[in-house]
Ligand binder design. Structure first.
Ligand SMILES: O=C(O)CCC(=O)C(=O)O
Ligand SMILES: [Fe+2]
Length: 295
């Protein structure tokens, strides 16, 4: 357990480590948790070094940096480096980082052989950028489940959003509507096309993080971000975990080199089922057309 007190919602909480039962109660109630100090200073330096090196003035979506792809969901939410686990040792280490892995497995399904990463990326967002309010309990989809009818955990997707730089007022913090994964009504101000930010919608709370902290949240919670008004860049890493039978969002085929380096547990998180082909067959990337993918 890495959080030491229930800091969400300004709730009253004891100054001691919470029990698992207390953590469970709060995660069920709020739909998110802050994990303080998940990443070390060395981890953060290595991630910044990748961003500094590859966020060049001429960088554009569709570029490949080895097996990492530059990408964007739209003009406002910033530049993504997708499939970031291929970006170096620090990103590999985070695949099953002890700061969250056990808890992620606990809430998705018991046993992490049944969990996978379905998307992982480094997001860089400049002044003016934000992501509109989206999701919520009324948004019916496989990744939006939370509990089985029996009461057992069945979270369809848990996002680990790691702050690589400090995220305070004006920095474009992630916003959540606490408890909204239980809501049966869509958020009344939500309008993806119009791009409603956290500052324009009711019930949204900013989640302020220090570099190295991680926000763990069910994708079913209504969330988004504030627009960044400060100069500089917001840097976050997002790893999404789902049950292993959920398709990977972009179906990046892991490189042979990456697969060779990973532990068995990491390999199953990245590739729960290996592509199956006749011996000697080689995949040709340009033979597989891709649909355009919206936010
Ligand atoms: O950029 C943010 O702060 C929120 C990201 C988000 O919507 C997500 O991780 O699902
Ligand atoms: Fe989201």
């Amino acid at each position: 357990m890495t959080s030491t007190k229930a800091e969400q919602n300004g709730a009253r909480a004891p100054e001691r480590a919470l029990t698992q039962a207390e953590e469970d109660f709060l995660f069920d109630l709020h739909g998110y948790r802050i994990i303080r100090g998940a990443l070390s200073a060395e981890d953060l330096a290595a991630i910044h070094a990748f961003a500094d090196l590859h966020d060049t003035a001429d960088r554009k979506p569709g570029d490949w940096i080895g097996n990492v792809e530059a990408h964007t969901y739209g003009s406002k939410d910033g530049l993504n480096f997708q499939n970031i686990i291929e970006g170096g040792a620090v990103f590999e280490k985070l695949i099953d980082h002890p700061a969250w892995m056990e808890q992620v497995s606990r809430y998705i399904v018991a046993g992490d052989h049944q969990v996978r990463i379905d998307e992982c990326f480094l997001n860089l967002r400049n002044r003016g950028g934000f992501i509109p309010v989206h999701s919520g309990g009324a948004n019916v989809r496989v990744t939006g489940t939370f509990r089985w009818p029996t009461g057992a955990w069945a979270v369809g997707q848990i996002n680990i959003l790691m702050a690589i730089s400090d995220i305070g007022p004006g920095d474009g913090a992630t916003t959540v509507a606490p408890g909204s994964h239980h809501s049966t009504l869509p958020h009344p101000n939500m309008n993806w096309a119009a791009g409603v930010g956290g500052h324009q919608a009711i019930a949204m709370q900013e989640v302020h993080l220090k570099a190295g902290d991680a926000l763990m949240f069910t994708d079913a919670i209504c969330h988004g971000s504030m627009p960044r008004t400060n100069p500089g860049q917001r840097r976050v890493l997002i790893y999404r975990y789902t049950p292993h039978l959920v398709a990977s969002r972009f179906a990046y085929v892991p490189s042979e080199e990456l697969i060779g380096r990973l532990t068995e547990r990491q390999r199953k998180l990245v590739m729960p089922v290996a592509p199956r082909m006749r011996p000697g067959r080689v995949l040709r990337a340009d033979a597989f057309p891709h649909e355009a993918e919206g936010g």
